[in-house]
Design a binder for this molecule. Sequence first.
Ligand SMILES: Cc1ncc(COP(=O)(O)O)c(C=O)c1O
Length: 403
Amino acid sequence: MHYSDSFSRITQVMKSSLIRELVASTKNIPDLISFAGGFPSPATFPYQQLASLFEEVVKNEGSDVLQYGASEGDILLKEQLMKWEGYELKPEEMVITVGATNAIYYYTRCLINPGDVILCEAPSFLGTLVTFDALEADCQSIAMDEEGIIMDELKDKVRTLRQQGKNIKFLYIIPDFHNPAGITYSLKRRKDIIQYCIDNEIPILEDNPYSRLRFYGESVPTFYRVAKTEFHPTDIVTEVVSFSKILGPGLRIAYAKGDKELIEKMVSWQQKVTITPDCVAERVVARFLEKGLMEAHLKNICEYYRPYLQKMLDELEKHMPSSVHWTKPEGGIFLWLTLPENINADELFIEASKHKVSFIPGSKFYPEGQERFNTLRLNFTYSTFEQIEKGVCSLAELLKAKL
Ligand SMILES: Cc1ncc(COP(=O)(O)O)c(C=O)c1O
């Protein structure tokens, strides 16, 4: 049977996440120092607490949580999430999903017809770009500075696209400790974007897996919170929050908050695709929050990661040539390097692999045809201090040789 002959049109042309392929391509290199992946450190997983909660939940609430659950998500978890975030929401304004990935898929599925435009950041998270692509959206990227997407570029892009008769469906934003760019939107930029999007009727999809991983400085309210508190009442923002980088990506728990009518349609997609998220995992997260374990846990993660970020920043400062620039985030798990224009990070990736260092070339984080080749992403949460020291030094040597 030749299944490939029977694949649907979109399946035949669908792209996979190149990051997984790139990471896999270096898997068999012994002693490789990898700054490539986007994994949280297993040292931050709350093993003991989760082990006790899984046992407790299955023993005491098994007849409920081993059964099929509600497609909109566990009501007990929703109640705890609202308390945690301090919102008075109706349960219908929230859906629990299997990771942020599914929430983003449902949101996009609800809004996009083939050829509709999604505005995204340049660069943006590849995992989401391939989802947009699989749903046949036309992704148009907007350049960023250290405060977020540049307002004039946003306005120009919207004007041009609308003049071309394009249907702009939404703007996709990663607000804090951006993956891959490492930046955090300033409060002013958040407000300017919200005002502009209200005036121009462009919904915002806010993908927020990292805001609670803040090691330094003051947190900035999410787009969702700013829209709710300062532009009220508006439901222009749908915020997706994931527990992947907080409790562990294997749990696959995330949630989305937004307009009731839109959430209802997202639930309807979830019903068709997966029926319900993992009910045991949902209840475990609910009990984790109910027992008040989250605050101390987040503090532990931030304390654990802070020296790794600092180490990478120190090593970059020590070794990199002056023509290389990088973001200096106050949290998250990534840094973004900008190299001189004539250096191609795709080529550097191949050379670096031979020197047993790995990263993700920046070109992978742009929609096709809109790439920049002199950028790269470094992860600092999956290596030891020694590896950071050695890896950054090797990378700097390679760059110096090219300059
Ligand atoms: C910006 C962004 N969005 C979404 C995801 C996927 O999250 P989840 O594991 O909740 O599906 C990631 C994971 O790295 C991410 O960085």
